[in-house]
Design a protein around this ligand. Structure first.
Ligand SMILES: NC(=O)c1ccc[n+]([C@@H]2O[C@H](COP(=O)([O-])OP(=O)(O)OC[C@H]3O[C@@H](n4cnc5c(N)ncnc54)[C@H](OP(=O)(O)O)[C@@H]3O)[C@@H](O)[C@H]2O)c1
Length: 326
């Protein structure tokens, strides 16, 4: 099969379209013929090897040669223990090891997949999984947002953020979105009450305090985030600098004991039930899917460059041409 492969960390120039062996499904795995795959910041991090956590499993060269985690496609083969799916089913999901999706076929556990509703195209379905999991688990988990509470989303104009703004508004929160100037209008159109251009204003220094902060791109000191939290507030980081994450892991529990403010790294779980839940919100029109650009598989390097250089508003999706037979 054809796949976009890389052998060393670097810029999008290290990505090549190559012929590779087809993956073979294990007992509980499903082989999916990929129709569409979306691009996430995690792919950019895996490509460049930065931040350092992107090198887990491969300090000097990538452990997995194929990036791409959010797929939508048709079931091509199943392992003998697979119960949920049959050949030909249309499915979508987040590949469990966050790789293997920039290819004509990908394999993953049946637990990672859900049936794709007929109302969603493959491109739309592929735009959902990772970003929606982070947003749902950051905003809704343990019912952390109450009506009227102040929620700030840092990096709100990207994949996760465009879902998170809408979920926080659905929960009745007053929402502030932070991103660059190109994305302020988009954030407002999705319901953000206030927007901040991160190139002009530091939200941890403007005197405001928030009940919940969801941060997809953290690089400040833990004390800056503590300052921006209301008493009993919660700060979740999902991505950013290793130094910040390390500080949070080291000092988060102490800050909670001494101030009551919760500052935590959110470990996002893959949950097919979340896929069904978010899809229902999309189908009912309560949540809008924001797809900025579409590329073909052979244009994957350009798609990653577009996201990595900071232009993507919402999601970027790759459509995989359907001309290969198994
Ligand atoms: N914890 C977990 O279990 C887990 C699981 C999966 C993924 N993740 C991580 O979660 C993150 C998800 O990101 P995503 O896919 O939503 O990324 P994304 O689509 O690239 O969105 C990030 C947004 O943040 C903006 N941004 C960049 N620098 C900023 C700054 N200093 N302040 C505010 N905004 C800034 C970006 O804009 P510009 O760059 O255009 O300015 C972009 O719009 C990734 O880091 C991924 O690795 C974590």
């Amino acid at each position: 099969m054809k796949a976009i492969v890389y052998h060393k960390y670097g810029s999008p120039n290290v990505l090549k379209l190559e012929d590779v062996d087809m993956p073979i499904p294990m007992y509980d795995e499903v082989l999916v013929k990929v129709h569409a795959v979306s691009v996430n910041r995690s792919d950019w991090e895996g490509l460049t090897g930065k931040p350092l956590y992107a090198r887990i499993g491969g300090l000097f060269k990538p452990q997995s040669r194929i990036l791409g985690s959010d797929i939508a496609g048709t079931v091509e083969a199943v392992g003998k223990d697979v119960r949920k799916f049959n050949l030909g089913n249309e499915v979508f999901g987040l590949l469990l090891n966050y790789g293997g999706g920039f290819a004509e076929f990908a394999c993953t556990s049946e637990k990672a997949l859900a049936l794709k509703p007929a109302s969603l195209t493959f491109e739309k379905a592929a735009a959902i999984p990772q970003a929606a999991f982070i947003a749902l688990q950051g905003i809704r988990e343990k019912r952390q947002v109450q009506p009227g509470q102040k929620v700030l989303i840092n990096g709100a104009g990207g994949g996760t953020g465009t879902f998170a703004i809408q979920l926080a508004k659905l929960a009745g929160a007053e929402v502030t979105g932070v991103d660059n100037s190109e994305k302020l209008e988009l954030m407002l159109s999705l319901g953000a009450d206030y927007v901040i251009d991160y190139t002009k204003e530091d939200f941890t220094k403007n005197g405001q305090q928030y009940d919940l902060i969801l941060d997809v791109i953290a690089y400040r000191s833990v004390f800056a985030y503590q300052r921006a939290l209301a008493s009993n507030g919660t700060y979740f980081v999902v991505g950013g600098s290793v130094a910040t994450m390390f500080q949070i892991l080291l000092l988060g529990a102490w800050i909670r004991r001494t101030t009551g403010k919760k500052i935590r790294v959110l470990a996002v779980q893959t949950d097919a039930k979340d896929l069904v839940y978010i899809t229902e919100l999309i189908e009912s029109g309560k949540v809008k899917l924001v797809i900025d650009k579409r590329y073909s598989l052979s244009e994957t390097a350009e798609a990653l460059r577009y996201l990595g250089e900071g232009h993507a508003k919402g999601k970027v999706v790759i459509t995989v041409e359907q001309n290969n037979q198994t």
